[in-house]
Design a protein around this ligand. Structure first.
Ligand code: GLU
Length: 416
């Protein structure tokens, strides 16, 4: 996106590194380096002023060897197909690392929802589904929310798909409101998964995280829930948070609930009482125990990775760290919980939502939390086993787990 490095090239480089370590079959490697399918659509939308604007959209099905493609739809003014391809690749590794029977996909529309009325957004959602409707299905490709999309967008998309299909089809999309077949526990699932993984990391590192300081870059859905859950589950204190407008820092800690409420009513964390103003860049370099990049890709680079003082980085965003930064962090002994492991809680509960939709029976929230903890904690230890076996960083270890699983499925299916 905004960074100079192409996200898809980064995703391919990460895969190449894992392939070399695994001595991967060249055909498996070649198939995993590119998406299986990608669809580009032009989407005409009637705007409120009567004009028609044509938006560009994408849906990429990266790999579906292990099950239907799965992954969110992003609305972003700087969206590119390469970013969507990278994110679809990361979804493939994400569903594999938590061992759920789904593949990886992603969608995106170049647009700025912040400058569109609700009516315009609804027409855009419906028109997008009209264009991609024959490409997706509950047993083919199941979208979900991502950057700048939410339960309302998912509801309109589900409704439009149901009209095309001619019957109620809740399993076409996840991240829906509870009233429309959403799952209990989906709202905070991405952040919760990150907190559960961090809890396992603390066990592995023999660290006590009670009172540990946390800085959160990006205070959207994942970031704000992370603040509350790092505080309530692990007893950490949130000392810094930021969003697109800037950041706030209070070394004594800020009340996570008050901060989330402040963000909700002021649309930014900037100006939170008792905290001093900092920039997004300064936040990344704070002397904290846990750093949580929870915004966009490409924020930890070769220019600032050396300045990261946190001992644990919990990547709730997709792709926040460039390969150069990765090497620096590893060399400096920073324990990175890589994105497709740390933020896999969202898709794991999406999977639970899809299962519940498919059999029409719904679980209590406690059950969802417990199942999520089991899945993602096991994934952490699977990654640790690879880390120790091959003496590699966590991201590479996570790739080794996932690439093996996807490669095995492709072999059994006879693709390679
Ligand atoms: N957009 C989220 C992610 O990147 C969730 C995807 C999903 O639930 O399918 O993991």
């Amino acid at each position: 996106m905004s960074n100079k490095l192409n996200a898809f090239e980064i995703a391919q480089r990460q895969l190449d590194k894992a392939a070399a370590i695994l001595n991967l079959d060249p055909a498996v490697h070649a198939l995993l380096r590119e998406p299986l399918r990608e669809l580009h659509v032009s989407i005409p939308v009637k705007m409120d002023d009567g004009s028609v604007k044509v938006f560009q959209g994408f849906r990429v099905q990266y790999n579906d060897a292990r099950g239907p493609a799965k992954g969110g739809i992003r609305f972003h003014p700087e969206e590119t197909v390469d970013t969507v391809k990278a994110l679809a690749a990361w979804m493939t590794w994400k569903t594999a690392v938590v061992d759920i029977p789904l593949g990886g996909g992603k969608g995106g529309i170049i647009c700025n929802p912040k400058e569109m009325s609700l009516g315009e957004q609804e027409r855009l959602c419906r028109a997008y589904i009209d264009r991609v409707g024959r490409f997706i299905a509950p047993e083919i490709d199941v979208p979900a929310p991502d950057v700048y999309t939410n339960g309302q967008h998912m509801s309109w998309m589900m409704d439009e798909y149901s009209k095309l299909a001619g019957h109620y089809s809740p399993g076409i999309i996840t991240g829906k409101p509870i009233a429309l077949g959403g799952s209990a526990g989906r709202g905070d699932a991405t952040a919760r998964g990150g907190v559960y993984v961090t809890r396992q990391a603390a066990k592995y590192l023999k660290k006590d995280l009670k009172g540990a300081s946390v800085a959160i870059q990006g205070f959207g859905n994942a970031g704000s829930f992370a603040a509350t859950l790092f505080e309530s589950i692990l007893g950490c204190k949130v000392v810094a948070a930021s969003d697109t407008k800037g950041g706030v820092y209070n070394p004594d800690g800020m009340d996570a609930k008050a901060l989330s409420e402040y963000k909700l009513s002021n649309k930014t964390v900037v100006g939170f009482p008792g905290a001093k103003a900092i920039t997004n860049e300064e936040l990344l370099e704070l002397d904290v125990d846990i750093l949580v990049p929870a915004a966009l890709e490409g924020v930890l680079t070769k220019d600032n990775a050396d300045k990261v003082k946190a001992s644990i980085v919990c990547e709730l965003a997709n792709g926040p760290t460039t390969p150069e930064a990765d090497e620096i962090l590893h060399k400096n002994g920073v324990f990175v919980l890589p994105d497709f492991l740390a933020n896999a809680g969202g898709v794991t509960v999406s999977y639970f939502e899809w299962v519940q939709n498919n059999y029409g029976y719904y679980w209590e929230e406690d059950e969802v939390h417990e199942k999520l903890d089991t899945k993602i904690s096991k994934a952490f230890w699977d990654v640790v086993a690879m880390r120790e076996k091959y003496n590699v960083d966590n991201r590479t270890a996570a790739y080794l787990v996932s690439v093996n699983r996807v490669g095995e499925a492709m072999k059994w299916r006879g693709w390679v």
